[in-house]
Design a protein around this ligand. Structure first.
Ligand code: LLP
Length: 417
């Protein structure tokens, strides 16, 4: 995480000491670097220089309004998966025409809301959805721009919960049904075909699955267009991984250089491209600060109990994910091997296992690579309020989300009469 680095033994994000932020705002606290987001985005922009391409940030990775604002101001569109995400994208200044709507379970109400907003494209995930969307559009006196999400059936070699492009998972239309689905879409009165899309999975660290998927998609573009249905854009989804623990995913520009070699060779280099990156834009732009509450030595394990938990950082519990954990500064404590765990009443509430740390109660730790799929997946389990968030830009730090109070949590509830 280049924008998070130690200076004279103190951990900084850009030009701000994390210890100061923890002192001012308390913990658990998510801290993001604007420069890190923009530099991750710049790698994609370099890869697309001279091409027709739009980067639609997959906002499920981190949907905090100020984060969306950074990407909207940098010229990004958004990939959304719900009416709630649509409202957030618009509230943050997203341009409706640059919004694409993915997801297997769009409701009629969400379709109507997206049509009324004038979004750029519906990424349709099933033949049944084509029928419903056409009905909703016709009733609204509109024509819905659609792309069909095709399942290219390649193995992204990632965690099974986040691989999506294989046969046998719920996403997309099977490759061998795609032509029929496009024929149906072209015949429906409420739809206008504007493209094709795929998304093969997340935290992908090799180029090969992308290269294979691109071949499979281009084969389909050829056969759909041979049937007389034009596909003005190709949306290649997201999924590029980040380094959590020394992984070496291809850089976005290097990956796209290889993809464009293939596209140029097959005569598709001048199409309009869309991509939907999430994690690779924000994952390594964030950290979660958490205070050590107790050290609990044991016979088999030593536990380091911190004030962040699985409700703040759900990835270890859900995917056995590994996040680096570093102290904010030097400690005079003796080093020991700990499992770092939260206060939630579940054995699954762990943040890291078997880590060597020199800490004592009151010290603050930074859980790194926490910009993606942490705050956006946070919950109130154990009636824990969600953490506060700060965005740093150079030497300035702005509180972009206040810590959630118990009153906030109980606001929608009613006692029995
Ligand atoms: N487009 C579609 C249709 C998606 O389903 C996703 C992610 C993306 C784009 C963005 O993928 P990314 O570039 O972020 O890999 N919670 C899991 C990850 C779930 C990904 C879901 N889909 C985790 O924490 O690892």
């Amino acid at each position: 995480q280049p924008h998070f680095s130690h200076r004279d033994g103190e951990l900084f994000v850009e030009d701000v000491a994390l210890r100061e932020l923890a002192r001012e705002h308390g913990t658990p606290l998510f801290v993001y670097s604007k420069a890190a987001m923009l530099s991750a985005l710049a790698a994609y922009q370099r890869g697309f220089a001279g091409r027709k391409a739009r980067i639609c940030y997959a906002m499920k990775a981190n949907s905090s309004l100020a984060v969306l604002q950074v990407f909207a101001q940098a010229g990004c569109g958004f990939d959304i998966v719900s009416g709630g995400e649509l409202q957030r994208a618009l509230a943050a200044g997203g341009r409706p025409a640059d919004i694409i709507f993915s997801g297997v379970g769009k409701t009629r109400a969400e379709m109507r809301q997206a049509l009324d907003s004038g979004i750029g494209c519906f990424n349709v995930e099933s033949e049944a959805e084509l029928e419903v969307l056409s009905e909703v559009a016709t009733a609204a006196g509109a024509v819905a721009p659609v792309s069909i999400r095709v399942n290219p059936d390649v193995d992204p070699k990632t965690h099974p919960y986040i691989s999506t492009g294989l046969k046998g998972n719920k996403f997309g239309v099977a490759h061998d049904r795609a032509l029929a689905a496009y024929r149906r879409a072209a015949a429906l009165p409420g739809l206008r075909v504007v493209g094709i899309d795929c998304h093969i999975g997340s935290q992908i660290t090799a180029a090969a699955p992308y290269l294979d998927a691109m071949d499979r998609i281009l084969d389909l573009v050829e056969s759909v267009e041979a049937a007389g249905i034009a596909l003005p854009h190709i949306d290649f989804g997201g999924g590029l991984g980040i380094a959590y623990q020394g992984e070496q995913p291809p850089a976005a520009d290097a990956l796209w250089a290889r993809l464009f070699e293939k596209l140029d060779a097959r005569g598709f280099g001048d199409r309009q491209f869309l991509i939907e990156p999430g994690r690779s834009l924000v994952g390594n732009a964030g950290a979660c600060l958490t205070e050590v509450l107790y050290l609990k030595p044991g016979e088999q394990k030593n536990f380091c109990v911190v004030d962040a938990a699985m409700n703040d950082l759900p990835r270890p519990a859900m995917y056995q994910a590994w996040h680096a954990i570093v102290p904010l500064g030097a400690s005079s404590a003796a080093a020991s091997t700990y499992d770092i765990v939260g206060p939630v009443c579940e054995s699954g509430d762990w943040i890291a296992r078997d880590r060597e740390l020199a800490v004592r109660p009151g010290d603050v730790l930074a859980v790194l690579s926490a910009g993606a799929y942490c705050m956006s997946m946070a919950s109130n389990y154990n009636s824990r309020g969600r953490a506060a968030e700060v965005l740093v830009d150079g030497d300035r730090a702005v509180l972009i989300r206040a810590r959630e109070t118990v009153a906030d949590q109980m606001r929608m509830e009613r006692l029995l009469p």
